[in-house]
Structure formats: structure tokens, C-alpha cells
Design a protein around this ligand. Structure first.
Ligand code: ZN
Length: 377
């Protein structure tokens, strides 16, 4: 099966060049779910591009009958972020025009219109499939105003033009997978949403983080929030409904690296999940692997309590107990004293899952992160 390849112009630059997105689309013989995957929304987080390449290579060998639904893949989905550098470092996490995080800018229908409750009340007696179709159409109609704004003679800022072009690719998807990595040194994990934990064991992960608090218009969040709010609105009216809408942000290892083991696990986990979702019908058996679960509110980040140089830091992937030494900080001074070494201990037990790239830190700079697993996970 060959991909349909679409080039989507994104921004016309001062130099006359045009930044574009390129979407690869595989359509199966049988209708089914629409799956959207993108990579490299944050400039340093490059591993997902290789995941997409390997998925492309695999899907090309498949017969269209082995695909139920369609898959859209967009590598290098943020050309400005991907190409941003400071010295040799990829620093494209923030939009240089306005300082905003590239992954906190997206359009969320429910946040803009607060319409889920009214919609649920009006469709209380409808069947699930009708509700899903009608609600999706409703969101699409409102998004048309976002698209129309791009043609406004007064223009729109870069972040708005970018987010609209990108979200347009995924708006009618059932499943969204956004491929990131740490911008530092990280493990392999996913963020997930309420009532979607049952799908976590199909990815190949070290652990998973429930987004139990609003992070602020991330791509996955803006996509799924209207659906989560609709489910909640129905629940408040006494009707339990789950829509077949899922969103995942996979974190694949270390920033600025094509982290081979993380890429391999990304590919195998995504294929396995697509089999479980009945999108991929290639006859390969589905595997399950339960992993520790945690939530965003239980992540503990450690910031330098003084300026200095990090030494003797624990290795990534270490489970620590309260009181274990996490790292030492070699602190210089300008007060006529000898240098001092400060020891920093774990405040809670958990898994050290992320380490700063830089081991030279000023007071308040990020050093490492520990995830505390759920009691039941
Ligand atoms: Zn990221």
C-alpha cells in the first residue's frame, strides 16, 4: 500500500521561503478509525521522526486490507522549532516570536465555548454513534471560523496560523499520538487521560502519567478535552458514555538524540496498540504489559537550592527511597571561603525518570524529576 503524500504550506517567510508540513496518509480497504501521528512539535525532541519513518516503511509493505480506517503521519510537524539552535543545542521549545511553549497554544472548543453541558442535555436520548458524529460536526463548524481567520485581511499572529494549520490535520481523528521525548535525558513513557488507562498496557512503556490537572492547551489536551467534558456532562445527567476517542503524548527517551532503544519501543508499542484498536489487521498477536501508573500532580521536580555543579547524581531509572542521596552540588562562593558540597536527598520514594542535560546550574534551575507511583499502580 502506498501513502498519499500531501504538502501543506504553513508560513511564508521574509526570505521568500515557504515552511510546510508534509502528511503521509494510508487508507485501508475497510472504513474504521482515523489515527493521526505527529513528531517533533518541540524542537529538541527528534526521536519521533525515526518512529514515523519506520512506521511508513512497515505500512508500505502491508496490503490495504490489513488496515481498517486510515493513518496520517506528520514528521517534523513544527519546522520553526525543529530548526531553532543556540550554539549546537536545539532550543526550539518556545516560540521565539512570543516566548510561548509550542505545545501550550492549541484551540480547545470546550474551553472557548463551554458547550458540552448544553449539548449533552439536548442529546440525552440519542445513541452513542449519533452523538459522536453530531458533536464532531459541531466542533468542525466552530473550527471553520478558525480557518476563516487565516484569510482575514488584518492577518493573525504566527502561533495562531501555525496551530490552526496543524490542528486541521487532526480535527476529525479518533486517535491522536503526539511523539515527544524529554528535552533532557528521559525514559519511555506516555501521558494519558481519564478513563483511558485500559489502553496503556498495549504501548511499550516504563510507566504512564495521568494528566489529572489541566496543563494548558497542549495538542493532546485540546484534542480530547471537549470529549472528556462531554462524557462528564452526560455522567452528571445520569448517563454513562465513553467515546472511542483517545489521545497520547509518548515520551521517547533523550532530547537531541535519535535514541535507538526508545525508537524501537515507540514503533513496537504503537503497532501493538493499533492492533488492539482493530486498526491494524496484520495477523500479529497483541501483547499486554502492565506498568506503574502515576499522575501529573505526583511528579516531583528538583530544582537547585543553590548555584553550583551537579555531581554524583543517581542514574536515570533508579528507584529511590525517602532520604536516599539524589545528587551533590559543588558550590563556589565569593566570600573568601573554601567551596562547599551540599547533598540533596529524595523527599519522597519513587522513580528517577528525567535528568537535566546541564550539570552546571544556578539556584532555581532544574536538576531531575521523580515520579511517585499510584498506591494501586
Ligand atoms: Zn515535548
Amino acid at each position: 500500500m502506498d501513502a498519499e503524500i500531501k504538502v501543506l504550506p504553513l508560513l511564508h517567510m521574509a526570505s521568500g521561503d515557504i515552511l510546510s508540513l508534509q502528511q503521509y496518509r494510508f487508507v485501508g480497504t475497510h472504513p474504521g478509525k482515523v489515527v493521526y501521528l505527529q513528531a517533533n512539535l518541540h524542537g529538541a525532541e527528534i526521536a519521533g521522526n525515526s518512529v514515523i519513518h519506520q512506521l511508513l516503511t512497515y505500512f508500505k509493505t502491508l496490503d490495504a486490507a490489513a488496515l481498517q480506517g486510515e493513518i496520517r503521519l506528520v514528521p517534523a510537524c513544527n519546522p520553526i522549532g525543529v530548526n531553532t539552535r543556540a550554539h549546537n543545542f536545539a532550543s526550539g521549545r518556545f516560540n521565539p516570536y512570543d516566548g510561548r511553549d509550542w505545545n501550550r497554544i492549541f484551540w480547545d472548543w470546550e474551553q472557548e465555548h463551554r458547550g458540552a453541558r448544553t449539548f449533552a442535555a439536548q442529546h440525552l436520548e440519542s445513541d452513542r454513534v449519533t452523538i459522536q458524529q453530531t458533536y464532531r460536526e459541531f466542533i468542525r463548524q466552530h473550527f471553520a471560523a478558525e480557518l476563516a481567520a487565516l484569510a482575514d485581511p488584518a492577518g493573525v499572529p504566527v502561533h495562531q496560523r501555525y496551530r490552526t494549520r496543524l490542528q486541521e490535520q487532526a480535527l476529525d481523528a479518533d486517535i491522536l499520538i503526539d511523539l515527544h521525548s524529554s528535552s533532557n535525558q528521559g525514559m519511555v513513557y506516555t501521558y494519558y487521560f481519564r478513563d483511558r488507562a485500559m489502553s496503556v498496557p498495549y504501548f511499550d512503556l516504563d510507566f504512564a502519567i495521568l494528566l489529572d490537572r489541566f496543563d494548558g492547551n497542549a495538542f493532546d489536551e485540546a484534542f480530547i478535552n471537549p470529549w472528556l467534558e462531554l462524557e462528564k456532562a452526560f455522567a452528571d445527567l445520569g448517563r454513562s458514555l465513553r467515546f472511542g476517542i483517545e489521545a497520547w503524548t509518548l515520551e521517547l527517551g533523550t532530547g537531541m538524540k535519535n535514541d535507538a532503544p526508545a525508537i524501537k519501543r515507540g514503533v513496537s508499542g504503537i503497532l501493538n496498540y493499533l492492533r488492539q484498536q482493530q486498526v491494524l489487521l496484520d495477523g500479529v498477536g497483541v501483547l499486554q504489559q502492565s506498568v506503574p501508573l502515576t499522575r501529573a500532580s505526583q511528579l516531583q521536580k528538583y530544582y537547585a537550592t543553590a548555584g553550583g555543579f551537579v555531581q554524583q547524581r543517581v542514574a536515570i531509572g533508579t528507584w529511590v527511597q525517602r532520604g536516599d542521596v539524589l545528587y551533590e552540588l559543588l558550590c563556589l562562593n565569593k566570600t573568601g571561603q573554601y567551596p562547599q558540597v551540599i547533598t540533596v536527598q529524595a523527599q519522597q520514594p519513587g522513580l528517577v525518570y528525567d535528568l537535566s542535560i546541564s550539570e552546571g546550574v544556578s539556584e532555581g534551575e532544574y536538576v531531575l524529576a521523580v515520579m511517585v507511583p499510584d498506591a494501586s499502580g
